[in-house]
Design a protein. Structure first.
Length: 567
């Protein structure tokens, strides 16, 4: 056997100085390649440059130019990056993008771009935190910046000019605009707005910018163009919070008695009456025209222009007048006549305005010729109340009367509306109804579902206002219908019905106020409808026969149950 001298192995330990501390082991032996040396331990290392970023002043809500941080892997192994985040009191005021990814090779570097968008004024601080597998993780880069903003203060916030003669200019009133913020105030516009803006004027020293801590003045004057209350606002649009800011303006225009008398609207109407003569009932006439002229030296303000009088609905008007007619101007009013009945018909055009003698009126007259039907309905609505589902209600009636002096031709009489199929009608009206006559429309309700239901009856005819309608309403409710074979025992005058909500728990008081007798004979089936039930409940019923003395009764029948469905 071959023998081999084996040397005692000798181990030496060497401390290596790198970015981390590693242990190197060498083994001396009689094998080829002695001494043997395993590889060193490897680790990434980081260098961050710079270690802080100062963004200086930045206007609130605006974003700064990006600043860059460089992250280097100075080690001899890949750097694993777990997270890269913004932390600290005002972390949300900073944002970052980077090229680092999840790993950085030995000797490589990446960049992190940071921007600053302050949400409020004052100092704002945060940190860029880099968590990785290098010694000293997480590495941090401190971030700082100052938010700046303009702040507007107005003194006073309203100006009241009091009374001022129409057409004359008031003394100027002043508003001071102060920028109490720490950034310049940029003004986009400074303007007068509102109902009477043209009655006010302004000059100002503000320009397009007001420095932080500075102020400017706005001078406003009032020159009313008419009497009465006048309002407007100074509107300031800028880069401060709460923009636009406003200063309310008010004043009252006044006139002397002489000025008021000199400036007044005066109404002239031509003609002052319109006669339409004879016109067949139900047909419109040719239009006749009125001219309304303002012969005064002030604008005529028209509050209303309407038809009034006994037969106002037989006339119609259109006009070009609007709400105002300037001094020296005029407008026209066109009127037509469509008589609804024969005989004399009268009305008026009434004009309410700011002129003396208001309201002014123009009388209208005409005569209806021939005959015409007129419809009257009584009542115009029917309410059926609660009604068990699939059970027909008691009928209700509507009377249709022809109160005119001509025959009423009925084209159709139709049920319409959401639940029309749950209502029904019969009538005695036919296709024509003589003058002075009437007919009856009988209606009943048979609900198919639970809940409120509605429909209407539409009557088309040759009368004015056709078609006329009668509205119907009712509510479908659940019920339980009981039936039993009548007793053949002599002396039975009726039956009592008992109900409970548990099996065998029927009440000792019958549901019916008097014995059920109608339609019950020894050869017929007795029926009772219980309409006082609640959806979703199960009920239990028994029936007992009542003797002729109305006191004695039989033992209760067998029990039956019914579950009322939910809607």
């Amino acid at each position: 056997m071959e023998t081999r001298a084996v040397r005692r192995q000798r181990a030496t330990a060497v401390i290596l100085s790198t970015a981390c501390i590693a242990l190197a082991l060498s083994i001396t032996d009689n094998a080829r390649g002695s001494p043997q040396a395993p590889p060193f331990f490897l680790r990434g290392a980081t260098a961050v440059s710079p270690t802080s970023l100062a963004f200086g002043s930045q206007h609130v809500g605006t974003t700064s130019t990006a600043q860059t941080v460089t992250l280097r892997n100075t080690g001899n192994a890949a750097l694993s990056i777990t997270s890269l985040a913004l932390t600290g009191t005002n972390g949300s005021n900073f944002a970052e993008t980077n090229t680092c990814g999840k790993s950085l090779a030995a000797g490589a570097h990446c960049t992190i771009s940071v921007t600053f968008t302050p949400s409020a004024s004052g100092n704002r601080t945060a940190s860029l935190s880099i968590t990785d597998n290098a010694r000293g993780s997480p590495q941090r880069v401190s971030l700082s910046g100052t938010g700046t903003a303009a702040v507007v203060s107005l003194s006073p916030t309203s100006l009241a000019f009091g009374s001022q003669a129409v057409g004359t200019t008031s003394t100027a009133h002043t508003v001071t605009l102060s920028n109490t913020g720490n950034a310049a105030l940029s003004s986009t516009s400074l303007a007068l707005t509102g109902t009477n803006a043209s009655d006010f004027a302004q000059t100002n020293t503000c320009g397009s910018s007001v420095a932080a801590g500075a102020h400017c003045t706005i001078s406003v004057t009032f020159k009313p163009s008419a009497s009465g209350s006048r309002t407007a606002s100074v509107r300031i649009t800028d880069n401060a919070s709460g923009s636009p800011q406003t200063v309310s303006l008010s004043g009252t225009g006044t006139q002397t008695a002489a000025a008021a008398a000199a400036a007044a609207a005066v109404v002239s109407l031509s003609p002052t009456s319109l006669a339409f003569g004879s016109q067949p009932v139900g047909t419109p006439s040719t239009a006749q025209t009125l001219t309304l002229s303002n012969t005064g030296n002030a604008a005529l303000s028209i509050t209303s222009l309407a038809l009034t009088g006994s037969n106002a609905s037989d006339f119609a008007q259109t006009n070009t007048c609007g709400s105002s007619v300037a001094a020296g101007s005029n407008c026209t009013i066109s009127v037509t006549f469509k008589p609804s009945a024969s005989g004399s018909r009268t009305a008026s055009v009434g004009i309410t305005d700011n002129a003396s003698g208001s309201p002014q009126t123009v009388s209208l007259s005409g005569t209806g010729t021939g005959t015409a039907a007129l419809v009257s309905l009584s009542p115009t609505s029917l309410a059926f109340g609660n009604q068990p589902i699939d059970v027909s209600s008691t009928t209700q009636s509507v009377i249709l009367s022809n109160t005119g002096n001509g025959t009423l031709s009925i084209t159709s009489l139709v049920l319409a509306g959401t639940n029309a199929s749950d209502f029904a009608q019969t009538n005695t009206c036919g296709s024509a109804l003589a003058a002075g006559a009437n007919c009856t429309i009988v209606v009943w309700f048979t609900p198919s579902v639970a809940g409120t239901e509605a429909a209407s009856l539409s009557i088309s005819n040759n009368a004015s206002g056709s078609s006329q309608t009668v509205s119907f309403s009712g509510t479908g409710i659940h019920d339980v219908i009981l039936s039993w074979v009548a007793s053949t025992t002599p002396g039975v005058v009726g039956y009592n019905v008992y109900r409970g909500i548990t099996s065998g728990g029927e009440s000792t008081t019958p549901l019916n106020s008097s014995p059920v007798a109608a339609g019950c004979t020894s050869t017929t089936t007795c029926i009772y409808s219980d309409a006082t039930v609640v959806a979703g409940t199960t009920y239990y019923y028994t029936v007992a026969a009542v003797a002729s003395n109305a006191v004695s009764q039989s033992a209760n029948s067998n029990q039956v149950s019914a579950t009322v469905p939910r809607p």
